[in-house]
Ligand binder design. Structure first.
Ligand code: SAM
Length: 276
């Protein structure tokens, strides 16, 4: 990789910090009690950053999301790290009965609500549920779902038909365990896991630079790791059953963007996995 391209993330890191830090500092000056809660400050920072990025990133992903989400998402959909709720734009209202947005940053919730309402999902009739849990909090999510789902699904061992993860697995803590628990405990057998994520490059030179920049990038972008192989993690996911450890999937398909030299740090993998 050319040195000029390898240094590319520096620009992005500088842009992120200079964009999101000033409004975050202003918020702290307005409300100094935020200093008692670093995680709240980090949420303010991310919400300022996502205001700038959300629409553009979604625009770039539009054709992949239309191929991945629109024809396949069905039933009760759980959107991991819903952000501003852009996933809802791709849901077919006839096929998706309920949209559950999992978003720990409550500053994003008004955006989710607005997009979901626009697409015909409402909290008042139970077709929209917004949860503040992190994806790693499987048991808390299940408890919240038990209250939010229709009576016939409340005792279903795994209540979700479709999990969507768009640009979120890069940020969740302990991704192996988080994904395993999600798929094992929350996703129905035959349900689908739809993934649109930037991933670790298969090019050793690019991967080296991704590992190099990852800690600094994560500092300026809400913990996002640019060197996470979420595609491999999902593809190789195994669950235990009476035959021992077996692939979690009955069907899996995935493709990866090619991209130019300059785009190598954030190439996306697009995958659809059907649970055994
Ligand atoms: C890069 S944004 C993507 C938003 C949205 N999925 C999209 O594609 O427009 C990542 C989102 O994950 C959320 N997030 C961070 N940590 C999380 C966690 N532990 N569990 C679930 N979501 C998390 C962030 O608050 C943020 O909204």
């Amino acid at each position: 990789m050319k040195l000029s391209n390898a240094l590319g993330p520096l620009d992005g890191i500088w842009f992120n910090i200079t964009t999101a830090l000033p409004p975050t500092l202003k918020a702290v000056l307005r409300n100094p009690t935020l200093l008692l809660s670093p995680s709240k400050i980090s949420q303010v920072y991310m919400s300022n950053l996502w205001m700038v990025y959300a629409d553009g990133i979604d625009g770039n992903a539009k054709s992949d999301k239309e191929t991945l989400i629109t024809p396949h998402a069905h039933g009760v959909v759980l959107d991991l790290g819903a952000g501003h709720g852009h996933t809802v734009r791709y849901l077919n209202r006839e096929r998706v009965t309920k949209y559950i947005a999992l978003e720990p940053n409550s500053l994003m919730h008004p955006h989710i609500r607005a997009q979901a309402n626009n697409a015909g999902y409402h909290e008042a009739d139970g077709t929209l549920v917004i949860l503040s849990h992190g994806a790693q909090e499987t048991q808390a999510i299940l408890s919240a779902l038990a209250l939010a789902l229709p009576i016939e699904l409340q005792n279903a061992p795994q209540p979700i038909d479709t999990i969507v993860s768009a640009l979120t697995l890069c940020t969740v803590p302990d991704p192996e365990r988080t994904v395993m628990n999600m798929v094992r405990d929350i996703l129905k057998p035959g349900g689908q896991f739809l993934m649109y994520e930037h991933v670790l490059s298969t090019r050793p030179d690019v991967a080296w630079w991704q590992h190099f920049w990852a800690p600094l990038w994560a500092l300026g972008f809400d913990g996002c790791r640019m060197d996470r192989a979420s595609d491999i993690l999902l593809r190789d996911l195994k669950l235990k059953n009476e035959n021992g450890e077996v692939s979690a999937w009955q069907e899996a398909s995935m493709y990866k963007e090619e991209g130019t030299e300059e785009q190598q740090f954030f190439l996306h993998a697009v995958g659809r996995f059907t649970k055994l």
